[in-house]
Every structure is written in structure tokens, then in C-alpha cells.
Design a protein around this ligand. Structure first.
Ligand code: AMP
Ligand code: TRP
Length: 337
């Protein structure tokens, strides 16, 4: 059944070593599923967000293509969903400015991601973009009047701020934006590093052994899983006192769609080695067809660019309509189209 009046929006950064299994389990697989139940899904490669930390122009350009190909290869259908690149639609940055003038410094300074990424830098030299980042993210969603935002757990706080800004705008200028809901999976919304279950798996860790890259070749996947840290016990257990093995089970559940309870029943009485062996094969069952499709897509850059051009056109018309209404409401001139 399709849900009327619901509009999905989500984004992914084209940075670092490329998407990992945490992105897939926490985000992409849900994006693919939402296409089946929601008429209107917008999926965006957020290149402007990738500029909040120092970037290399060539790597940024390449990263955008790779990320778009990743999304299509995982099952985002560019005919059904609007798949596009953030900087292709100027209204994102225009609405960001409006939100920048509504947000408060304190709200931005409280964001965990800002505090974490800014750590180690002298406060005076942290790029201001790192502070403004959640405003650009709020504009991404609001400019499409999206109602549902599927993300991993790490984005919960940004979503709360986005909701506050929508409510603030509506109460000052009249009902304009739906207040968007975060859609966060109950399981797998926070996949942890393979080498340290206290840190989330991240594209920018700088430690290849910590992530399972979606493009890692089979032997690398097997090796990384075999070397993943485990807990001090010997049996497969799930829970707080077993964080490393619980993370492996979350990954297992995330790639197979089977419940942790079911997986544990299968592994009853077995040690860590059989768990790891079975997990590696389950991960490869997802990654192997994905990688084949990815390679095909990357082999035809002209077709990929054409798909992104079409996505940009579709996105632009929605964003332009919203921003014209915003202009009227806040007292800016509305220029001719
Ligand atoms: P990013 O890699 O920061 O662009 O994130 C893209 C999407 O993947 C967002 O919805 C994140 O919340 C999600 N995500 C990133 N890292 C993880 C992780 N370790 N576990 C689960 N979801 C994640
Ligand atoms: N900030 C998100 C991340 O780092 C990416 C993102 C940007 C996003 N704009 C968005 C996610 C809008 C959802 C909706 O993961």
C-alpha cells in the first residue's frame, strides 16, 4: 500500500573512503524499502556538506559520481525516486541563509557532531561551515517539504534542530513546512567499528580495519571480519556486556534481514570463529551483486551524468516552488521565473 501525503528525503556525503556497511544498514537499505511504500522519495548526494572540512576538488567530483553509483547499485531507482546532487539546486543554500538568521548560536554549539569534529582544533580555526552544517541539512529537507527523514542514529540531534526550526518558521511566518519525522531503524542504526566497538563505524576514521567498505573485495571483507575484535567470553552473546559480538550480530541481522534471536539460535553452542565465517558470507551475498552493478555504472559516466541531470531538473522545480512561497512569507521580492 502506498502512503499518501508523505514525502521522504535523505542525504549522504560523498567523502572519505566511500560508503561502508554502516551506511547500508543504517540508511541505504531503508531508502530502498521506502521506495516501495512512498510515492515521493528524494535522495541527495550532499556535496556542499563535504566542504565543511578541508577538501580536494578532484576527489569531491569523483566522490559525487561514486556515491550516486553506489545508491543506484544498492537499489535506488532513479526513475521512481528523485536522485540528485545538492549543489545542483540553488534553493538549498538560499533557504540555509534564512534558517541561519532564525537559529541561535547556542543551538548550533550544542550539536555533538560539531563538538566532536571540532575537537583538537583551536576554536578560532574551526571552519564556520562545521557550525552551520545542521542548517544546510535542515534546508535540504524543508525545501522539499519532506515529512520523513530516514537516517542513522547519529543524525537524531540534527533532526531535532530541524524540527525546531520548522516550528519556529511556521509560528513566525505562517504554516509553511511540515515538521519532519526522523525514521530511525530499531536495529542497526548505529553500527560500530570492527576494531573498537565503542566508536561508530565512520568514513573518516582513517583506519581501514575499522570499516567494512561496500567496495572492499571479498578477500578483504573476509580478512577484516576475521580480525574484528571480539569480547572476553567465548560464546556468542548479545547485550551490553558483549559489545563487539553484539555489533557483529547487528551487522549479520542488517545484511540478512533475519532477527538477532534467530541468528543466535542457529549459532547455539558455537564460538566466535563460526559466527565470523557465516557473517563474512552473508555480507558478501549483499556486496557481490552490488559491486557488479556498481562497476557497470561507473563504466558509463555519460549515462550517470545524464541521470543526475534529470534528477536535478526534477528537484529544482519542487525547491523553486517552496522558496517562492518562503520569499512571500518573509517579505522578500518574488522575481519573475
Ligand atoms: P554519512 O556517511 O555521514 O553521509 O551518512 C549517511 C547515512 O548513513 C546517514 O543516514 C547516517 O546516519 C548513516 N550512518 C553513517 N554511519 C553509520 C553507522 N556507523 N551506523 C549506522 N548508520 C550510519
Ligand atoms: N548530515 C547527514 C550525514 O552526515 C547527511 C545529510 C545532509 C542529510 N543533509 C541531509 C541526511 C538531509 C538526511 C536529510 O549523514
Amino acid at each position: 500500500m502506498r502512503t499518501a501525503m508523505a514525502r521522504v528525503f535523505s542525504g549522504v556525503q560523498p567523502t572519505g573512503e566511500g560508503p561502508h556497511i554502516g551506511n547500508y544498514i543504517g540508511a541505504f537499505r531503508h531508502w530502498v524499502d521506502l521506495q516501495k511504500t512512498h510515492e515521493e522519495c528524494f535522495y541527495c548526494v550532499v556535496d556542499l556538506h563535504a566542504m565543511t572540512l578541508p577538501w580536494d576538488p578532484k576527489a569531491l567530483k569523483e566522490g559525487v559520481r561514486r556515491t550516486a553509483a553506489t545508491l543506484i547499485a544498492t537499489g535506488i531507482d532513479p526513475e521512481r525516486s528523485v536522485l540528485f546532487v545538492q549543489s545542483d539546486v540553488a534553493e538549498h543554500t538560499q533557504l540555509t541563509w534564512v534558517l541561519t538568521c532564525l537559529a541561535r548560536m547556542g543551538e548550533l554549539e550544542r550539536m555533538t557532531q560539531f563538538k566532536e569534529k571540532g575537537r583538537g582544533n583551536e576554536r578560532d580555526s574551526v571552519p564556520a561551515g562545521l557550525l552551520a552544517y545542521p542548517l544546510l541539512m535542515a534546508a535540504d529537507v524543508l525545501v522539499y517539504r519532506a515529512t520523513h527523514v530516514p537516517v542513522g542514529e547519529d543524525q537524531r540531534q540534527h533532526l531535532e534542530l530541524m524540527r525546531d526550526l520548522a516550528i519556529r518558521f511556521n509560528s513566525r511566518f505562517g504554516d509553511t513546512f511540515p515538521v519532519p519525522d526522523a525514521v530511525i531503524g530499531r536495529q542497526g542504526a548505529r553500527i560500530m567499528s570492527l576494531d573498537d566497538p565503542t566508536q561508530k563505524m565512520s568514513k573518516s576514521s582513517g583506519r581501514p580495519a575499522s570499516t567494512l567498505g561496500m567496495l572492499d573485495p571479498p578477500n578483504v571483507v573476509r580478512k577484516k571480519i576475521a580480525r574484528a575484535v571480539t569480547d572476553s567470553g567465548r560464546e556468542v552473546r548479545y547485550g551490553q556486556d558483549s559489545p563487539a559480538v553484539s555489533n557483529l550480530l547487528d551487522i549479520f541481522s542488517g545484511v540478512t534481514g533475519r532477527s538477532v534471536a534467530e541468528l543466535m539460535a542457529d549459532l547455539e553452542g558455537q564460538g566466535y570463529a563460526p559466527l565470523k565465517a557465516a557473517l563474512a558470507e552473508a555480507v558478501l551475498a549483499v556486496l557481490t551483486p552490488f559491486q557488479a552493478r556498481y562497476t557497470e555504472l561507473m563504466g558509463d559516466p555519460a549515462q550517470l551524468d545524464e541521470l543526475l541531470d534529470r534528477g536535478a531538473k526534477r528537484a529544482q522545480s519542487f525547491a523553486a516552488d517552496t522558496f517562492r512561497e518562503v520569499r512571500e512569507r518573509i517579505g522578500l521580492r518574488v522575481p519573475p521565473r
